[in-house]
Design a protein around this ligand. Structure first.
Ligand code: PLP
Length: 388
């Protein structure tokens, strides 16, 4: 199995698994209990909070554990609006993940105005359009992702946040695809709220965090207990939180060494160059200069990405067409549509996303296999008629 779908989810790091094990077994105390078993769990949760804060460069009091990245995004948006009941406009981009898009769509049906800032053909945000819309006394929130899950394109969060500060609009960034891939220093960023998810950086699924700057007005999404300093009710998922802490510790140590990112970028570039040089009618989608190191989105123009995906899967190569949640649908994703790619290019877009667990030998095997697969598909499925 060659796993090149790390933007969908990542393999759990062996250290993470080891750290979690006792908390799935004999250490089952509730962190809210005052006896010894409970207090051991409390200490484990607080140690994990410290590790997550260290990875993301924030104060421990700014970390709120959530069930997933999706919950962190929902809590960022709904909690910001609840703290500013008089304001009814939200500014966002056209390429957000559904964890942001869908709550915004629901809010549009309840009287909120959603302003979507467009991107260019490379998937970069139109900063001039943002500058035009930000001076808005009705703006309750600006929510713009850091790194795109489909193309890997990174927005200039520093520049966007500086504009948000200038116009006094609170700023949330969905950093689910950035955390673990680039260093994050929340304390010095002009960002008020930031979402992350552990399973994107070799932690377990079902655990995320929302960072909320101290003094930023915000209301909890889940009420029902004093947990997380009354900002997220519900008994803590101790094994997952411990796993997230261990994953954060590993990610911070990895990112501190330049070779780590360099190695992943080298594998990604080798894969990209290998495919582009051997397969005709291919193109990379997204700004090649501002991308996370692990991602390349390549169009096999004229083919249907789903057909490519299925053939690769039959040969134990895991990749993705657009967002994981949109695979199965033959509509090009909203991200590729927002970039105004020509239809045959958008339909043939395949996402390859690597991790440090991949090897040069795996990349070379994929480069060797793909040309035959693509020419076979192009022979049996003539251009424009490649729907599986
Ligand atoms: N935001 C982005 C950019 C993502 O890529 C994802 C997951 O793919 C999410 C949010 C949702 O994270 P989770 O799967 O933890 O709910």
């Amino acid at each position: 199995m060659i796993y090149l779908d790390n933007n969908a989810t990542t393999q759990i790091h062996p250290e993470v698994l080891t750290a979690m094990q006792p908390w799935l077994g004999e250490k089952y105390g509730n962190p809210s209990s005052t006896h010894r078993l409970g207090q051991e769990s409390r200490q484990a949760v607080e140690q994990a909070r410290y590790e997550v804060a260290a990875m993301l460069g924030c104060h421990i009091s700014e970390v709120i554990f959530t069930s997933v990245g999706t919950e962190a995004d929902n809590a960022a948006i709904l909690g910001s609006l609840a703290a500013r009941p008089g304001k009814k406009t939200i500014i966002t981009s056209t390429v957000e993940h559904s964890a942001v898009r869908e709550p915004l769509m629901a809010l549009a049906n309840t009287g909120y105005t959603i302003i979507e800032i467009p991107v260019d053909g490379c998937g970069q945000l139109n900063i001039a359009a943002l500058e035009e819309h930000l001076p808005n006394p009705d703006a309750a929130l600006l929510t713009i992702m850091w790194a795109n899950n489909e193309t890997g394109v990174m927005f200039d969060i520093q520049a966007i946040g500086t504009l948000a500060v200038k116009h006094h609009v609170p700023f949330h960034t969905d950093a689910v695809q950035a955390a673990g891939k680039i260093p994050v220093a929340f304390a010095s960023l002009p960002v008020d709220l930031l979402s992350v998810s552990a399973h994107k950086f070799h932690g377990p699924k079902g655990i995320g965090a929302l960072l909320v700057k101290r003094r930023n007005p915000w209301q909890p999404l889940l009420r029902g207990g004093p947990q997380e300093r009354e900002r997220r009710g519900g008994t803590e998922n101790v094994p997952a939180i411990v796993g997230m802490g261990a994953a954060a510790r590993c990610a911070a140590a990895n990112l501190a060494s330049p070779e780590y990112t360099h190695h992943i970028a080298m594998l990604r570039d080798r894969l990209e160059k290998g495919i582009l040089s051997r397969v005709p009618d291919t193109a990379v989608n997204g700004d090649p200069l501002h991308r996370v190191a692990n991602t390349t989105n390549i169009s096999f123009t004229g083919l249907e990405a789903q057909a490519v995906l299925m053939l690769l899967s039959q040969h134990d190569i895991c990749v993705s067409a657009g967002a994981a949640c949109s695979s199965g649908s033959l509509e090009p994703s909203h991200v590729l549509r927002a970039m105004h790619l020509a239809e045959p290019r958008a339909h043939g877009a395949v996402r390859f996303s690597l991790s440090a667990f991949n090897t040069a030998a795996e990349v070379d095997r994929v480069i060797d296999m793909i040309p035959q697969f693509i020419s076979r598909l192009r022979d049996v499925l003539p251009a424009g008629n490649s729907r599986p």
